[in-house]
Design a protein around this ligand. Structure first.
Ligand SMILES: NC(=O)C1=CN([C@@H]2O[C@H](COP(=O)(O)OP(=O)(O)OC[C@H]3O[C@@H](n4cnc5c(N)ncnc54)[C@H](OP(=O)(O)O)[C@@H]3O)[C@@H](O)[C@H]2O)C=CC1
Length: 446
């Protein structure tokens, strides 16, 4: 009987466990922390959660819930991390998954060995090492835990005497009371954090190297991400884009009226920056918009428009690097946050190595990770097969070309998918894989 290893018990790992359990596939799941929930467990003792105290998800509960376990109607539309961690706890209890998860255990090495994989793990308390041999490994270690600092850094920032931290390490605004804070970036971390520091700081500056279309959490009373389930999401991209642009313009006006730069790209050419509060804080004059910083000295930061400000704390909200510390460098050939994975899941040259939740959707990751897990379970059970290597590499090439054509060039846009389109793609792949599988059986290939 085959056995599978799942790495991580965050939102992607636990749905992988649930699907494997439902299919009767034996597995061990390893989790560095003492609890499930990964990023959504505030102060997670795995040291990898980037959650801050005020964090609320920016996709609605109807969009983020697993198909197998709807979120209670008693939950708010946009739940906070505490609600979400409770939902994951309830999921694990409901499906009886907890005994299969080895908590406080770090996977230190994953090595291919013939047809299988040798996984080395170490218990955090006893430091005891264990090796297990598995037929397949499902990597679900997340991609928002390793801070990406600006490379190269702001010239002169090594002389800066104030504090410099990454959003990964930001928790609460109180330490920033009465300080002059510079927040770098215009993604979701930057907006949430700038909004929050602006309430206690002496001054909050928000510096960005390009503009972003700020998307409110509701449009005309409806959660904005419900649009991903509407007719609009099935229209050609240009129509979706124009429709969304119009809705945003009607609901919040022009970004320039709030002092923000007008983005040079289309709405759907960037991962959405979702905030109800940013525009209000800007309109109140409590956040000052700046272009990218280009120099720093002991106590100042200089900006591309020639302005200079006295700053006490710089918070880099500059995103995350994708990283698999347990895989040797050449195993996946990961470069510039750009993994080469067939349908964002299967490593073409490493049979048995799969990645769950390694996507950044317009929508939410959780139901996508669930659907990916079902596909992998199909593969493991022989209900479907992968195409040949050439076909897989060609698909990866097509995905990369399309993604590069659609999105602003940035290492934050290497694993983007549209949730509903991607779910359809996975369903199609499972159907085609099943047909391929039957052909392989008839041809005596299995
Ligand atoms: N409430 C929620 O649910 C939240 C969700 N998130 C999610 O977490 C993920 C990570 O978000 P986030 O932490 O905001 O990171 P992102 O990668 O999404 O954004 C990084 C930002 O920093 C900018 N940046 C990167 N490098 C530099 C540099 N060298 N100089 C200047 N600017 C730079 C990027 O600009 P450019 O575009 O030019 O690369 C971008 O504006 C996303 O999926 C996000 O949706 C985050 C916070 C809250």
């Amino acid at each position: 009987m085959q056995k599978v290893c799942v790495i991580g018990a965050g939102s992607s790992g636990i749905t992988a466990c649930q699907v494997l359990a439902e299919r009767g596939i034996a597995y061990d799941c390893f989790e560095l922390g003492s609890d499930v929930g990964g990023n959504w467990r505030y102060l997670n003792d795995n040291g990898q959660s980037s959650a801050y105290r005020s964090l609320h998800i920016n996709t609605s509960r109807q969009i983020m819930q697993y198909a197998s376990f709807p979120m209670s109607d008693a939950y708010p539309v946009y739940p906070g991390h505490a609600h979400i961690a409770r939902y994951f706890d309830a999921f694990v209890e409901h499906f009886g998954l907890r005994p299969s998860i080895r908590f406080r255990t770090e996977v230190t090495e994953v090595v291919q060995d013939g047809d299988g994989w040798v996984v080395t793990s170490r218990h955090r308390d006893t430091h005891e090492e264990e090796r297990g041999v598995y037929d397949a490994v499902l990597v679900a270690n997340g991609h928002h835990w390793k801070p990406r600092w600006p490379r190269p850094g702001i010239p002169g920032s090594s002389d800066f005497v104030g504090a410099q931290l990454h959003s990964h390490d930001y928790r609460t605004p109180e330490p920033l009371a009465d300080r002059r804070v510079l927040v770098v970036g215009i993604g979701n971390s930057a907006c949430d954090i700038a909004v929050e520091t602006s309430r206690v700081s002496r001054r909050t500056y928000l510096a960005m190297r390009r503009g972003a279309h700020i998307v409110p959490k509701h449009l005309f009373g409806v959660p904005t991400d419900h649009l991903t389930h509407s007719w609009l999401a099935r229209a050609p991209l240009a129509v979706q884009d124009r429709g969304l642009h119009l809705l945003l313009r009607l609901s919040r006006g022009r970004l320039a009226d709030y002092g923000l730069p007008t983005p040079a790209h289309r709405v759907l050419a960037a991962h959405p920056t979702i905030s109800d509060d940013l525009l209000s804080r800007l309109a109140h004059g409590d956040i000052t918009v700046k272009p990218a910083p280009n120099k720093a000295d002991e106590g100042h930061v200089f900006f591309e428009d020639g302005s200079v400000e006295e700053i006490d704390t710089i918070i880099y909200c500059t995103g995350y690097d994708i990283s698999f510390p347990f895989l040797a460098d050449g195993v996946l050939g990961l470069r510039d946050n750009n993994p080469a994975l067939y349908r964002r899941v299967a490593a073409p040259d490493r049979p048995g190595l799969y990645f769950i939740g390694l996507v950044q959707p317009l929508g939410a990751i959780m139901p996508l990770a669930e659907a990916q897990s079902h596909w992998v379970a199909d593969l493991l059970q022989g209900h479907c097969t992968l195409p040949d290597r050439e076909h897989m590499h060609a698909e990866i090439h097509t995905y990369r070309t399309r993604t590069a054509r659609r999105y602003v060039a940035s290492t934050r846009h290497t694993i983007q998918v549209d949730a509903q389109a991607y779910l359809r793609e996975l369903r199609r792949e499972r159907r085609r894989g099943a047909v391929r599988g039957r052909g392989a059986v008839r041809g005596g290939l299995r």
